[in-house]
Design a protein around this ligand. Structure first.
Ligand code: ATP
Ligand code: MG
Length: 150
């Protein structure tokens, strides 16, 4: 899978949805990236889930950046970075659990079932990759995952 190309296509497809929230999506990648050994439809699902969160938890007029990079140990690394509300450190370890949603009031306002990240994590791990989040409350969140090089 050419992950940079896939990310570009998905971002173009989500642009109208992001636009209704005033959110801008950007993709950058480095030249000469290796292909990933992956199931394209599943990688698409992972990207959709991460971008859905990034858009949903961004303030209006914010930018979401997708970067496709060379990762450690023969991997392709994908980062989805938002400048949204962030996730409190005390709940960050639980965020990948099925049906877990960070705060109930916020969860009701945004809909969703709390499954998106659990599904994304399972799909990435089925490729022998890793998915993790870094977040600072009030500053934003970066979700990242690796996929093996082809
Ligand atoms: P679903 O994905 O099933 O529609 P969801 O988005 O609530 O529902 P997850 O994607 O699994 O579920 O995310 C779990 C929880 O983690 C969210 O409810 C939210 O509290 C928090 N979260 C996830 N991504 C972000 C983000 N980018 N910024 C802030 N909070 C986030
Ligand atoms: Mg979600």
């Amino acid at each position: 899978v050419d992950v940079a190309r896939l990310a570009q296509l998905i971002v173009e497809r989500l642009a109208p949805q992001a636009d209704t929230r005033g959110v801008t999506l950007r993709v950058e990648s480095v030249p000469g990236l290796p292909l990933a050994w992956a199931d394209s439809d599943r990688v698409e699902q992972v990207l959709l889930n991460l971008l859905d969160n990034a858009i949903k938890y961004s303030p209006p007029e914010a930018t979401v950046d997708v970067a496709v990079l060379v990762g450690p140990e023969q991997t392709v690394l994908v980062q989805v970075r938002d400048r949204g509300i962030g996730i409190p450190p005390e709940v960050l370890p639980r965020i990948g659990e099925r049906f877990y949603r960070a705060d109930k009031a916020r969860a009701r306002a945004h809909g969703g079932s709390g499954l998106g990240l659990a599904i994304a994590q399972a799909l990435v791990e089925a490729h022998s990759g890793k998915l993790w989040l870094e977040s600072h409350e009030g500053e934003g969140t970066t979700a990242q995952f690796t996929l093996p090089e082809a």
